[in-house]
Structures are given as C-alpha cells and as structure tokens.
Design a protein around this ligand. Structure first.
Ligand code: G6P
Length: 609
C-alpha cells in the first residue's frame, strides 16, 4: 500500500530510487514521483500518473540527478489518482513522501489555510509538508520542526523528508506504517519494505513505532517516541538470496505458484523428525506453554484469513481445541471474550497489514496466554511484536494475489496442529500420519501443478462470464472461498463461495446454463453429500466443473467437467486442492487480458486501515 524509498550517497541516487520504486510497485501503482536535491542544492521533482514506467519515461526525457532524494509509488486513499496528488508533496523548499493516513488532516488543512497556505493537492500528506514549513518559519530547526509536526499528526505514517536547508541530511519517521533504514558503505537508504533496497544492501535497521531519524552518508541517529536516542540494531535481511525477478516466467504469480514445492519444503525444513514434530522451533517459552492451551483465536485478513478458516477444522477435529477465526478488521473493534488459557494466532504474509497488527496490539490487554505470529517476513512488525513466532519460508511474494504464502501458511498451521496434538499426548498414529503427509507435500504439489494444460483449456470457458460460484464442504469450504477470491482479484469476475449445503438456501436461484459452478470434491467423508448438492446444480442446467479425487472415478459429461487429482491424505487435502484453483484464476485472467500481478485497485500489503 504505497511504497517509499529514499537515499543519500556520494553518487547520483536517482537510479537507486527508481529501482526501489520498481521493486515496490506491487504495493501501489496509481502514480509515482521522485524528488532530489540537485548539484546546486535545489529541490527538483518529477511526478507521473500510472505505473513507475511512466515516471521513468518522464525522467528519460528530463533527467534529474542528485546525491539525496526520496520517491514514492502511490495507492490512492485521499484524493483520486492524479499527478497533482502524487508524492512527493512540497512546501517551499521541503519535500515529503508519506505512507499511511493522517486522520486529522481536515482540521489541520483548515488551520494551515487560515495561516495562508495554499494547497495544490487533495491529499492528507500535503498538510505534513506545510506543517513542517510552518514550524520552520517559527524559527525552529528541522529536527524541532519535525518533532512539533509529528506531535500534531493523528493516524498512521511513514515519512521521508528532504529540505534544501540541509542538503546532506535525510529525515524520516514512523508510526503505524513500516519503515526501515538501509546501511550501505558511505550511503544510507530508506524504504517502506527492505525488498526495495536489496539491490544495494541486505543490512537494515527496523524502526519501531514512534521512531524518527536523521541520516547522512556516514551517520544515522534514531530517537524513540519519548525523544530518547534509540539503538535499533542492524539486521541482515533473510530472503536476500531469493531472486526477485520473474526469471523465465511471464508473471510473478505464475513463478510463485511453481515455487510452491520448494517454499513448502523450506517451511518444513528442521521442523520434522521421524514420526513427530520438533516443537523446539517455536522457541523455549512457547514450547513449554503449548500444552496449556485450551482455546485458540485466529485473526487475519484476505487470503491469510482463509488459511485460518482451514486451520479451525484441523485444530478442532484433530487437537480437540475450540478455535475461533475472525477477520482482523472486525476483531479489533469488538468486545472479545477471552477464555482462560487462550492463544491468539495472527496470520500474515507481510506482517505489516494494518488491521492484523492493530488486532495484535488490541489483544495485549485481553489476557491471552500468548500471541503467536505466523508470518513470512522475519523482520516485520507482527513478528517483532508477537510473543512467539512461526515463520513461513515462502521467500518474497510479489504477485498481489497470494499463492505460495497461502500454501506455506497452511503448511505451518498443519504443523502447529500436529504439535498441539503431540504435546497433549493424544493420538500418536495421527501425529505420525500428519508428519508423513507433510513430508509428501512438495512432491504432491509438483504433481498437481502438472494439471496446468487441462486448466488452460478450462479457462477459455470463462472468457465471457461475469459470475461464478465456488462450492466446497468441510475444510474445503475455505478453499472454495480462496478460489473465488483469486478469481475476483485478478480476472474481475464476480465469484462467490458457498458451503455446498447452503446452495438451496439462496444461491441456487442464480444457477442457469450460463453459470459456472466450480467445486472441490476430494474423497472424504463429505463427498456423498457434496455430490448430492452438485446434482441440484445439474438439474438446473448449471455448468459444473469439479476437481475430484481420481479414486472416486467420476466421469466428465456434456455439462460436467471433472479434473482428477491424485489421492491425498485428508489432512493435506485442502492444501493440494487449492492449487488447481490458483491455476484456474491465473489462466482466466490471461484470457481476460487483465494485469495479473497488479490487479486494478488492489495492493499487496495493506498498511492502512
Ligand atoms: C492484501 C493482499 C492479499 C493478502 C491480504 C492480507 O489484500 O492483496 O493477498 O492476503 O492483504 O495480507 P497479509 O500480508 O496480512 O497476509
């Protein structure tokens, strides 16, 4: 959700900033902009509507050079996508880039207007630039002006600031939106995500809530929210070894789907023994408290929420622990009853989703036994703020539609369920069965991804569709939800998922010969029930597409296309059945000609509420 980069060096930083923006573009792509201080120390700015390539074209025509600069790729919140709303925003000789939302921007704008400031954009960010300017006019130095400005802002921000008066200093601040400082040799960088700067460094200082900092080529000073000097140690970025380009693949999403066998294997590395799981990977405190857990609450957003919904079936069925799952945006504003010995699990690919982070912070006062982050980014806010952590090792996920993050979350959640089962001393055969199924996963995933050619043909049928239904039962109902979400996100086809048993309570009214009905039908105890539900669709002429287990020997006919998957153990079946749905949405998006990796209106990491 918007991306910020900044750099100070002894060389021209424009190429570093542009490369940073390219790497962050998956976060927001309505418009982009850049500001540098040129050789004479004057602020120069370039902004363009649309993707980063538009800004690059502009800079090709009219190059900007400077040894210090800030840049931004935008996902519009206040003010529609337009050049005048693109960052950096400027007030006199100050330029600012901002991620987040300033909630009190309206009264601040009014006050600044009454002081004579003229606004040239509809954004909340412009108030920050003018406030800084205003405080500087009062005779304060930049640091004092920054402190005074931050004290007046309500809401979330990550800021990068440059000013003609201090051409050798880059300022930044963070509250509610992530920001890191990269360390180079006689260079410093700023980024809302370390990925943006991996081309120049893998060493980062992670700013904490309320921190602000100033940096030059050789120095970096950080203060905490009490204005005390803060030591934020330099950490190496874990995923640095992963390739960040698309390689031979046409899209990141395709690459990431085909990385799933490896991502799942990496997530499981060091977590399994012969017939049991190695609970030590949770850390000593979590390991000892695991047996005390009597209730579990899971909160997450989007695809991560769907992973939580699958986990509820596993946790209640196998470990016998009551489990509630909720979207973080609801949980954070609700009165939640927390029974004794409850564990809160927050699931997030990025570890920076605003609602999930707020839910974790809200939960701190609620008396949980502990909080566990299941997350793909080791240095993220979620991982740093939760009591315990279980990392997925999917590597960076760039495609906005989540794929390998989801399957690795499911892997981690099945592992956790097995750990709970194990520490409770029950059902050793089930523990051993889960371990052996988990081991089989990478090979199985590879095999199922081999269905791609069949799915390519299927996708053609969606070319003129505007609606689709997805059906599943039991732990495959959330997989149907995830399938519908994927199709919506990247092909813009309206898709809804239903627990198949609910069909006749409403959605059946929508079924006619134009309606594709996609179902996931593994060979489990609910198969017969599901098949009856599908007959109800067939009787109304609906176009059935079913992903089924080869052992059930279902056959395609004129109105029913069956795609067979290999037999898999019940416990890993949701994970395996999600794969053809990912492939389907990808190929439908290709048929529709949409922008697969950067679907309209969406962003990868939602760091605003
Ligand atoms: C956005 C992304 C989704 C993701 C969701 C939650 O909506 O487009 O792919 O599932 O945020 O993100 P998180 O990083 O918390 O898993």
């Amino acid at each position: 959700m918007c991306g910020i980069v900044g750099a100070i060096a002894q060389r021209n930083v424009t190429p570093i900033l542009l490369e940073g923006l390219r790497r962050l573009e998956y976060r927001g792509y309505d418009s982009a902009g850049l500001a540098v201080l040129d050789a004479e120390g004057h602020l120069q700015r370039a902004r363009a509507m649309g993707k980063v390539i538009e800004l690059e074209n502009l800079l090709d025509a009219e190059p900007l050079q400077g040894h210090i600069g800030i840049a931004h790729t935008r996902w519009a919140t206040h003010g529609k996508p337009a050049e005048r709303n693109a960052h950096p925003h400027q007030s006199g000789s100050i330029a600012v880039v901002h991620n987040g939302i300033i909630e009190n921007h309206a009264p601040l704008r009014q006050r600044l207007q009454s002081l004579g400031y003229q606004f040239s954009s509809d954004t909340d960010t412009e108030v920050i630039a003018h406030l800084l300017h205003h405080h500087l006019q009062q005779g304060q130095d930049i640091l004092q002006a920054l402190r005074a400005t931050l004290a007046e802002l309500h809401g979330a921000y990550a800021l990068g600031i440059i000013h003609e008066a201090e051409p050798d200093t880059l300022y930044c601040a963070r509250m509610g939106s992530p920001l890191v400082i990269g360390e180079g040799s006689e260079e410093h960088y700023l980024a809302s995500d370390p990925l943006a700067m991996l081309q120049v460094t893998d060493r980062f200082r992670y700013l904490e809530e309320g921190d602000y900092a100033r940096m030059g080529i050789n120095h970096c000073q950080i203060w905490d929210r009490q204005h005390q000097p803060a030591d934020r140690p330099v950490q190496r970025y874990e995923h640095a070894a992963h390739s960040l380009d698309k390689g031979e693949y046409r899209h990141y999403m395709l690459k990431e789907m085909f990385e799933q066998p490896q991502a799942v294997a990496d997530t499981l590395a060091g977590t399994l023994a012969d017939d049991h799981v190695l609970t030590a990977v949770l850390g000593p405190e979590a390991e000892t408290r695991l047996a005390d857990i009597r209730h579990i609450h899971i909160v997450a957003c989007g695809t991560s929420y769907h992973a939580g919904l699958v986990a509820r079936y596993w946790i209640e069925e196998m470990a016998g622990i009551p489990c509630q799952v909720e979207v973080a945006s609801e949980y954070r504003y609700r009165t939640v009853v927390v029974p004794d010995n409850s564990l809160l699990i927050c699931i997030s690919q990025s570890g920076e989703t605003a609602d999930t982070l707020a839910a974790l912070r809200h939960a701190r006062q609620l008396g949980y036994l502990g909080t566990l982050a299941i997350c793909n980014v080791a240095g993220s806010s979620l991982v740093r703020e939760a009591d315990w952590r279980l990392l997925t090792h999917a590597g960076p996920e760039i495609g906005v539609a989540s794929t390998k993050a989801f399957t690795t979350q499911l892997t981690a959640l099945l592992w956790l369920t097995t750990a709970l089962l194990q520490v409770r001393g029950c059902d050793q055969p089930q523990v051993a069965g889960n371990v052996s199924a988990l081991r089989r996963l990478p090979t199985l995933i590879e095999q199922v991804l081999g269905l791609e050619p069949q799915i390519v043909q299927l996708a053609e049928r969606f070319a003129n569709k505007h609606h689709a239904l997805f059906l599943g039962r039991g732990s495959h109902y959330p997989i149907a939800m995830e399938g519908a979400l994927k199709l919506k996100e990247i092909s813009y086809i309206h898709a809804e998922a239903y627990a198949a048993g609910e069909l006749k309570h409403g959605p059946l009214a929508l079924v006619d010969e134009d309606m594709p009905v996609v179902s996931v039908a593994p060979s489990d105890s609910l198969l017969e029930k599901l098949l009856s539900n599908l007959e109800e669709v067939r009787a109304r002429g609906g176009q059935l597409i079913t992903f089924a287990c080869e052992t059930t020997e279902q056959r395609s006919d004129a109105n029913h296309t069956i795609i067979n998957l290999p037999w898999v153990e019940d416990c890993i079946s949701p994970l395996v059945y999600t794969l053809p749905l990912q492939l389907l949405s990808y190929h439908v998006a290709l048929v529709k000609g949409t922008d697969v990796d950067k679907p309209r209106n969406l962003a990868k990491s939602v760091t605003v509420e």
